[in-house]
Design a protein around this ligand. Structure first.
Ligand code: MN
Length: 454
């Protein structure tokens, strides 16, 4: 006899939206199979197989593998009600399993061994008819509640990594999009506080802006260490490298470097982390050129064209085009965004094996530009050397350096946005003309950087 006593005891149904546990009638129809991707304290996948009116459940830390040589740990957890097969959403902070649940795969299953199905004794061989997982699998018990989930050899063996599936099989949403329902949990303090006097833009306006763009912004924040600019009173700015926000939506990465040994750097686990930072008065976000899990392998080159005062916009645009010509000749695909200040930023997605290589490539390209047009451009940072020229700032291509994240607001006087634009828009859009107030029309069109991570 199945019961859901354990399931019900672990949950407070006044707080979580998960379904209450009730054992269903045993039907003669096909048995349900589902996998949920569960981003909780630890990222894992939950395999659930219908049996005796409940979903017999296993937490699989690494998720299933399509390779029969991989043996994936699967820990048997409490049975779940059949209605859990429809659950996708967030489990609130402080509750059991707090985090985001995404429906990863759905379908049916049937046992392959003829013996009575037993999840405890011999291995269970079974067949999955799902959308992402198919074919024969085995659950092999080895100690207490620990099992090994193994793909059996058949035509469904393949080299895919389950990480490649990033969206819900049912709603097409990403984890971030599902988590976006959660930000209501954040208590926004001082919502009416004016942060940008010019335009009377409040903290609530900024919060709403980031909530709206988080789905576009998260791909650039994903696994990237960040620094932020905080501006609690709308006047004083604090550049924050080491956040002090104790949140499960923020992850720490310890970095050893000469200046500040063993420093804690941070990255966002989800859009809620970003919004929590906005609540903490961080309004501008900067990212590293590498991901935290490949910290020494930068994957973005950044060029910032910074004109000397009084230099015409036409010359700045010419500079962007001259740089693009060089990048085109080198067959490097480049992407353009407004800086929200005086210049434009050019991003080049490029997988590199070290920071010294990134720096070398960026400086070589910049030097080529300066050698071709010595009167127009310089890579010399000193003010007097920049007179009447555009400074090609390639110095962001170093470990620990950051650049303004696409879609970030800038703490300039009118809440400008550093927004991805099309190359054909270079002559039409000024570096500081997109702001929190007119950004919507740009968000409606097709994302000009849609293939950035392709
Ligand atoms: Mn779970």
């Amino acid at each position: 006899m199945s019961t859901l006593k354990k399931y019900n005891a672990k949950r407070n149904f006044a707080k979580t939206k998960e379904p209450k546990g009730k054992v269903s009638k045993v039907k003669k129809t096909k048995l349900k199979y589902i996998i949920q991707h569960h981003l909780a304290r630890k990222d894992h996948y939950d395999l659930r197989l219908e049996y005796n009116g409940v979903l017999v459940s296993f937490a699989v830390p690494k998720g299933p593998s399509f390779n029969p040589r991989d043996k994936r740990l699967a820990v048997k957890v409490e049975d779940h009600p059949l209605s859990y097969a429809n659950f996708e959403g967030t489990i609130p902070k402080g509750e059991y399993g707090a985090g985001t649940v995404m429906l990863f795969d759905i379908g049916t299953w049937y046992p392959l061994n003829n013996t009575k199905i037993n999840f405890k004794n011999g291995p269970l061989k079974f067949y999955i008819q799902g959308k992402r997982l198919q074919g024969a699998w085995a659950l092999v018990p080895f100690k207490d509640d620990n099992y090994l989930l193994i793909k059996e050899k058949d035509e469904y063996v393949n080299k895919n990594n389950i990480n490649k599936y990033k969206t819900s099989i049912k709603t097409g949403r990403t984890m971030q999009e599902i988590a976006e329902n959660a930000p209501e949990e954040i208590e926004l303090t001082s919502p009416d506080k004016i942060i940008f006097a010019n335009g009377k833009i409040t903290k609530k306006d900024i919060y709403d802006y980031y909530k709206k763009v988080s789905k576009y912004m998260m791909p650039y924040l994903d696994n990237r260490l960040i620094s932020t600019v905080r501006c609690p009173d709308g006047k004083d700015k604090f550049y924050m490298k080491h956040l002090n926000n104790n949140s499960k939506n923020l992850k720490v990465k310890k970095i050893r470097n000469k200046e500040d040994e063993n420093s804690d750097y941070y990255y966002f686990k989800n859009a809620t982390g970003l919004l929590e930072e906005v609540q903490m008065n961080s309004f501008e976000f900067h990212i590293w050129g590498s991901k935290q899990n490949k910290i020494n392998e930068p994957d973005i080159l950044v060029f910032d064209l910074d004109p000397d005062e009084d230099l015409s916009l036409a010359k700045v645009r010419r500079g962007v085009k001259d740089l693009k010509n060089i990048l085109d000749k080198l067959k490097l695909k480049a992407y353009l965004k407004t800086s929200g200040g005086k210049g434009y930023h050019i991003y080049v997605p490029l997988k590199m094996t070290s920071w010294s290589k990134a720096e070398k490539i960026a400086s070589d390209i910049s030097d080529l530009l300066v050698q071709t047009y010595p009167t127009k451009y310089t890579t010399n940072m000193r003010k007097e050397k920049r007179k009447g020229k555009i400074f090609i700032d390639y110095f962001r291509n170093k470990k620990g350096a950051t650049s303004v994240c696409p879609y970030s607001l800038r703490l300039k006087d009118k809440a400008t946005v550093s927004l991805p634009i099309k190359w054909s828009e270079l002559d039409k859009i000024k570096p500081d003309s997109i702001t929190i107030k007119n950004v919507d029309k740009y968000l409606k069109r097709k994302d000009p950087w849609s293939d950035f991570f392709a």
